[in-house]
Write a protein that binds this ligand. Structure first.
Ligand SMILES: C[S@@+](CC[C@H](N)C(=O)[O-])C[C@H]1O[C@@H](n2cnc3c(N)ncnc32)[C@H](O)[C@@H]1O
Length: 218
């Protein structure tokens, strides 16, 4: 995602401060901020954040977390939540590889990966959010009965991810190479809108960890 560097990102971030929380000590304070009794869903790599803001708006009974490592994108995402006056979402400028430092084990019912960066060169494959190294880093956050929902326009990334998730022992369901031709309820992301307008089909699967997955990461 090409985002022009915004000089005023820190000021805009401050104006949306109610939509984040101090990351220092977050792990210890997590259940002071989030309700352990309510479902919690997380998007990793939210970009400008349309998907997660709409999802939060449609599901006021659930809680949401948006993770994005680029502050300029995160600010735009936070401003969407503020404009909608959402009460059930927080945003964090963090890298996917560090999340267990901030969030407790098995806190999330669903993890969404939408149009993750493809990192097409094989020497950078380990940076893909669907690479076993990255999945192993954030999987501890997912409840045992939770799921990972992945969608992308990028067929080589999708094929890589199907193989990778199968090797990690996940059970794949709802696999489609043309999401928009199915009747699956769908909230479009910014990238999704752009690529589907160009006629590119959208691939999606839902992955459930199994005993084999936890044995794989032992
Ligand atoms: C291609 S964009 C897609 C954005 C959005 N999900 C959408 O579909 O419109 C991928 C986003 O993931 C973020 N990202 C990539 N790797 C990440 C990581 N390791 N941790 C957190 N965010 C990451 C990027 O900064 C970028 O904003």
């Amino acid at each position: 995602m090409r985002i022009r560097k915004k000089k005023n990102a820190p000021i805009r971030f401050e104006r949306c401060a109610e939509y984040t929380a101090e990351t220092e000590g977050l792990l210890e304070r997590f259940y002071e901020i989030f309700d352990a009794e309510k479902p919690l869903e997380m998007e990793i790599g939210s970009g400008k954040g349309r998907f997660i803001a709409e999802l939060a708006e449609q599901n006021p009974q659930k809680q949401f977390i948006s993770i994005e490592r680029v502050i300029d994108c995160l600010v735009m995402a936070m401003e969407k939540a503020q404009a909608k006056e959402l009460q059930n979402i927080k945003y964090f400028c963090l890298d996917a590889g560090t999340l267990t430092e901030y969030f407790p084990a098995q806190c999330a019912d669903v993890i969404y990966l939408n149009f993750s960066d493809p990192w097409p060169k094989s020497r950078y494959a380990k940076r893909r959010l669907t690479h076993r190294r990255m999945v192993g880093a954030y999987l501890p956050l997912l409840k045992k009965e939770g799921k990972i929902c992945f969608k992308t326009d990028n067929r080589p990334l999708f094929d890589f991810s199907v193989e990778e998730f199968q090797e990690m022992g996940f059970r794949l369901e709802e696999l489609t190479y043309d999401l928009h031709s199915t009747d699956t309820p769908n909230i479009m992301t910014e990238y999704e809108e752009r690529f589907s307008a160009m006629g590119v089909p959208i691939n999606r699967f839902v992955a459930y960890p199994t005993e084999k997955t936890y044995a794989f990461f032992q």
